[in-house]
Structure formats: structure tokens, C-alpha cells
Write a protein that binds this ligand. Structure first.
Ligand code: FEO
Ligand code: CA
Ligand code: CA
Ligand code: CA
Length: 637
């Protein structure tokens, strides 16, 4: 049997998860069948099993223990430097205002500074020097209590504008000199993309009636990108940013339509209060404006004048990540999760092949192709179901009169074709040598509630800890990313194996963690896992031995996992990028000090964290950190 199968199929935690039998409660006979099937699949895939490309000396660092301290901890043989905090100047030629510790910067100044809540990011090398590049980094959401001197009291149009300016993406030029990294000022690459930046709508939904508004009767030019969560990079060198919880900034009518409810639009929104001063976010006044969000946006990090493009062919949902691969004949594949309970996993396969020449020669590539959604069948089999108008019941009778409607009402289309409802799909990572695909399912405490049932892929009814699934494309060992079938298995069920409740017990080999979220392979084939245990749960109950959120490194062949970094209280660890020589690792610390309650109160986070500026610095700040080995070696080896 392939080594990797031992990671999950032989686990036996005795979980009884509900009416739909899970892989953990099968009887002996079925377990035998599963093992035989696993063996057969392993044989089909070749005798080497999964992910066997570990190089050099994997996991060659000293693991750090769980921590609840208000510090960032890395292994003793590493050092970390804070590089780009909320409020730091982006380095645009139009100005570089200093951050005011009392958060008194204007919205215009915020438009020239790092936004809040850094999430996904990518590093693009500029020249032969691996330590000179451009970083594109998302600013996922705002904590408006922290963002304004007096929090959310005295709510004004200017506060809305500042909140909008703190969303979006930063593009920064960075360089390492004399052992220290810095953001380059007066850079031709630097730009801030915010909730009001013009962007082109492209692909099948562009110019469709559903995307037309009073301000944009052609349906071709949207304003802004928001709630940008995870990311991707294309083979031709552009940045993909993913609009995730964009529904939160809209205020829906008192009785939202079925389509509006399907995307989580509700009256009053989720506390952003933009609609009070900006009619664009009042759905009663601009009913089609929400249809212009929920897309993947393509940004050329090398051209600050490029108009970002919303790629509607990739579907509209709560996008978490856009990880790319190439098919054997050179077409682009984009893997994507929809991060909400009981939502789906998607992939897009382009019609055309990637051509040499960067963005200019590939600028329409993501507009033509087929979008698929995943069905995780039993016994480790899986199928990609095309979301193509006229196929699989996606016709006028089912409410879809065009491909534009299929991609705009993508969740509903995935319902029609019978995709598998997953436990909150977050990041997807593709193994650089084998092409195997890994996905984090961060958690779903409601899996077994309200008549919902567990299934083979989502086997725990009270899945507060989350899990990681991996699959190999194709029914045979050919592993083409364009395949219509796949073979999947669990890589790990997260959680402390010694947790009190049996359903919270994971089967991690090595250091424990919960709620995996960020996920990326380095070029050597080691898997980096970042966690996002919710701020209200850290250090409590089932999470009490786990501490603050963290980053770990796992060997995909053995499953062995070591804790590499722990963050300050209330933070999430997210975003991961390497310099091409792998000697510098960039990581984001998002929302240090956040608590579940009193988010609108500027004093609240300070009670829990002063990271990174310390007790005299005032407010905690999300930040990009760069981590290096003290001896200058390759990170993680
Ligand atoms: Fe923004 Fe699903 O994490
Ligand atoms: Ca986040
Ligand atoms: Ca995430
Ligand atoms: Ca998360």
C-alpha cells in the first residue's frame, strides 16, 4: 500500500457521526474493502504512493511549542522582521503619509497606506536578485473600531471612505539590503487597489443585464474589490485576488430574494455601515451591485497603470484562493474554494494554452474555458461536474438562460448538478512535482445539525477542528489537471489526538493544530499549513492545548508535521510567499488582538495584543513579516 494512505484510511478514532455512515464507522468488511480499494488506487497511481519528492533535509528546524503570549515566535535558528503593517506607506509616487498611532489618518492618507487585515499574498521577483521584488497582498476586511480614532461612534461619510480605502490590495516594491528588508518609496510598481478602484468586468457575465447598474449601464466597469482573502499567481506572472465575504458590506432589502439569501445578503449587512453613506451598498437602491462582487480579480503587479480585471468565467461565490496549475497540453487550471459551510470546490480549465510573453499575450486566457465543481464520491473516487449552460440540467427550466447566469448564480448552478457540500473550503495547494492537490476544510460545527449528514469526505458531525483532503487528478496515474475524474483521500483530520471529545480528536502525526486555512507548497514539496481558530475559541475548550494560531510544516509523504511559528493572541496566521531562492519566507499576521465581541470599540483589541509595536505603540496592527534562517539557508530545510 502506498505510504500516504496510512495517514487516514487506517485511522480508527471510533467516531460515530450520524445517519450517513462515515469512513470511521464502517464495519470490518467495508473497512477491508476500503483498504483493498486504496491498494488498487495506489497501484493505479504507481507504486510510489503520494507526494514522494521530499528533498534535502525536510523539517530541519526546531519546533516551537504552542503559545498564548503576545509575541511572534519562530524557531531559535530563525529570525523574523516586521515589514509592512497596517498604515505603513505603500511607497506610491503620489505620497507616503506616516501612520498616526491614534488612527487619525484621513481616508485620503489611508489610500496611500497599507490597508487592514493582510491575507493572501504573492512575491514576484523583479530581476536576477532574488531579494528585490514586488509583493501583492490582500487587505481582507476592516475592524472599524480600530480604524478610526473614536471607533464607530459618530459615523460619517469620511469613515465609510476610510473603511473602503483600507480594503483591497497593496502592491509594494521590496528589497533586502544589509540584511534588512524594506518597502521601496517612490516606486513605479506601488499601488493601492481599494473599494473604489475602477476595474473591468470580463468573461461570460460581462455586459449581462444582471451586472448593469445606473452608474454602469453597459455592465463593463465595476468599482472596487473588497474582502480580498486568499490569492493565486498565474503562470504568466499576474496576481489573482479573491473576493470572499463581500456580502457583509451590503444592506439587503427587508425580505431578501432567494438569490440574495443564497449569497448571505441580509438587511443591515454585517456591521460595516457603508450603506448609510454610500448608496452603492444599499441593495434596495442598487439591486445589481452585489452581482459585481464575488469574483476573482486579475492584477498585473508589474504595471501600476493596468486596470484590474474581474474574471467572471471563474464563477461568483465567496472566493478563497485561486491556485493555478498547467494541463499536460499547456492550458491553465485554477483551483478555488467557496468558504462557507456546505459550499463547494471548483476548478476552471482554460480553453487556450498559456503562451510565453506575460500578461500581454495571456490577457484573455481566463475568459474562455470550462468551470467545474467537485463531487466527492465514496471510496475515494471523485468527479468534476461541468457548469456549462445547457448541460447537466443547467437550462431555462432550472432558471439558467445563459452562461452569464450560470457563473453569476454559480452556487445555485452547483446545487443543480449535485456537487458535494464541504466543510468550508479554504486554501488549495498543488504539489510542485506530483501535481497532487491539497485543500483545507477549515471547520464546520454544523455538519451534523439540522438534518445535515456526514459523508465520506466530511466525516465528522462536530467538525470544529477541520481537515485536509488531497486528490490526484485522473482515473489513472497520468494525473492531468484537466481530468474529469479524481482520486481523493484525507491527508489529516486536525485536532488534538488527546482531546476530551472523541469527535475533536485528530490523527495528526506530530505537532497539533486546529482549523487549517492557509496552505501552500514550497518549491521543494514541503507543505506549509496556517491556522485560523476563531478568535472567540483560542485557548478554550477543545482548543485549550493548541494556543494561538500558528504555521506548521508537513512532509506530504510521511504526514509528519512540525510547528514553525506561533502568532500573538487573537490573530490568524495567513498568507505565505517565498523568494525564488527560498531563503526568505513572507507571512501575514492578521487581526492581532481581535475578539469576537465589541469589534467596534477601539480599546478592546488593546486589551489582548499590542503586536507588533509593543505596549507603547497603541493599537495592534496586521502586518507582513519576513522570516529567515540566521545562517542564511533555505527556509524549512
Ligand atoms: Fe478569509 Fe475563508 O478566509
Ligand atoms: Ca482571514
Ligand atoms: Ca482564509
Ligand atoms: Ca478562515
Amino acid at each position: 500500500m502506498g505510504k500516504g494512505f496510512g495517514v487516514n484510511f487506517e485511522s480508527d478514532d471510533g467516531v460515530n457521526t450520524g445517519s450517513n455512515p462515515s469512513i470511521h464507522e464502517v464495519d470490518a468488511e467495508r473497512r477491508h474493502v476500503l483498504k483493498c480499494t486504496a491498494t488498487a488506487v495506489a497501484l493505479l497511481m504507481g507504486s510510489h504512493g503520494w507526494g514522494t519528492t521530499g528533498q534535502g533535509k525536510p523539517l530541519g528546524f526546531t519546533a516551537v511549542p504552542p503559545s498564548m503570549l503576545d509575541v511572534l515566535t519562530v524557531p531559535p535558528e530563525y529570525e523574523a522582521q516586521v515589514l509592512y503593517r497596517w498604515g505603513d506607506a505603500t511607497g506610491m509616487p503620489t505620497g507616503a503619509p506616516q501612520f498616526n498611532a491614534d488612527a487619525s489618518n484621513s481616508w485620503q492618507e489611508q489610500s496611500l497606506q497599507a490597508g487592514m487585515h493582510h491575507d493572501g499574498m504573492e512575491y514576484f521577483a523583479l530581476d536576477k536578485n532574488p531579494r528585490h521584488g514586488v509583493i501583492a497582498v490582500n487587505h481582507e476586511y476592516t475592524d472599524d473600531g480600530l480604524l478610526h480614532s473614536d471607533g464607530m461612534t459618530n459615523w460619517t461619510a469620511d469613515k465609510v471612505k476610510k473603511s473602503q480605502a483600507a480594503h483591497g490590495v497593496s502592491v509594494i516594491e521590496v528589497v533586502q539590503q544589509q540584511g534588512q528588508w524594506r518597502v521601496v518609496m517612490n516606486s513605479k510598481y506601488a499601488r493601492r487597489i481599494t473599494a473604489i478602484t475602477p476595474m473591468r468586468l470580463s468573461g461570460p457575465a460581462a455586459a449581462h443585464a444582471l451586472l448593469k447598474t445606473g452608474d454602469d449601464p453597459a455592465g463593463l466597469l465595476a468599482l472596487g474589490t473588497i474582502n480580498n482573502c486568499a490569492s493565486g499567481r498565474t503562470p504568466w506572472g499576474t496576481y489573482l485576488t479573491c473576493e470572499e465575504n463581500w456580502n457583509g458590506v451590503f444592506s439587503a432589502p427587508a425580505k431578501p430574494s432567494e438569490d440574495q439569501r443564497r449569497y448571505g445578503l441580509r438587511p443591515g449587512g454585517f456591521g460595516y455601515r457603508w450603506h448609510e453613506f454610500d448608496a452603492r451598498f444599499d441593495v434596495q437602491k442598487t439591486p445589481n451591485e452585489p452581482n459585481r462582487f464575488g469574483w476573482v480579480v486579475e492584477i498585473d503587479p508589474m504595471d501600476a497603470s493596468q486596470i484590474p480585471v474581474k474574471r467572471t468565467a471563474l464563477g461568483r461565490f465567496k472566493h478563497e484562493g485561486a491556485t493555478t496549475a498547467l494541463t499536460q497540453d499547456g492550458r491553465a487550471v485554477v483551483y478555488m474554494g467557496d468558504d462557507e459551510r456546505f459550499e463547494y470546490v471548483y476548478k476552471f480549465v482554460s480553453r487556450d494554452r498559456v503562451k510565453p510573453g506575460g500578461f500581454k499575450t495571456n490577457q484573455n486566457l481566463l475568459d474562455h474555458g470550462i468551470l467545474y465543481v467537485a463531487r466527492f464520491d465514496t471510496r475515494g473516487f471523485g468527479t468534476w461536474l461541468p457548469l456549462v449552460h445547457g448541460e447537466n440540467g443547467l437550462n431555462a427550466q432550472a432558471g439558467f438562460s445563459s452562461q452569464a447566469e450560470v457563473v453569476t448564480r454559480c452556487r445555485q448552478a452547483a446545487d443543480v448538478v449535485g456537487a458535494t457540500k464541504m466543510d468550508r473550503p479554504e486554501w488549495i495547494a498543488v504539489h510542485p512535482q506530483t501535481g497532487e492537490v491539497y485543500i483545507t476544510l477549515t471547520n464546520n460545527s454544523q455538519r451534523g445539525q439540522l438534518g445535515k449528514v456526514v459523508d465520506d469526505a466530511n466525516p465528522r458531525a462536530d467538525n470544529v477542528m477541520g481537515h485536509i483532503i488531497r486528490w490526484r487528478e485522473g482515473a489513472t496515474s497520468s494525473a492531468d489537471a484537466a481530468a474529469l475524474e479524481f482520486r481523493w483521500m484525507h491527508f489529516v483530520l486536525a485536532g488534538d489526538p488527546n482531546a476530551e471529545k472523541v469527535e475533536h480528536q485528530g490523527n495528526i502525526k506530530g505537532d497539533i493544530y486546529g482549523s487549517p486555512d492557509g496552505l501552500q507548497f514550497d518549491a521543494g514539496g514541503m507543505l506549509w499549513i496556517q491556522t485560523d481558530i476563531s478568535t472567540s475559541a483560542q485557548g478554550k475548550g477543545a482548543y485549550k492545548n493548541i494556543g494561538n494560531n500558528m504555521m506548521l510544516c508537513a512532509d506530504p509523504q510521511t504526514g509528519l508535521t512540525k510547528r514553525f511559528l506561533t502568532g500573538p493572541p487573537g490573530c490568524e496566521v495567513t498568507g505565505v510567499a517565498f523568494t525564488p531562492d527560498r531563503k526568505n519566507l513572507f507571512v501575514n499576521i492578521q487581526h492581532p488582538g481581535e475578539t469576537a465581541s465589541e469589534r467596534s470599540n477601539p480599546e478592546q483589541p488593546k486589551k489582548f495584543s499590542h503586536w507588533p509595536d509593543g505596549p507603547n505603540g497603541g493599537r495592534p496592527r496586521s502586518a507582513t513579516v519576513v522570516i529567515r534562517r540566521k545562517d542564511g539557508g533555505v527556509v524549512g530545510t
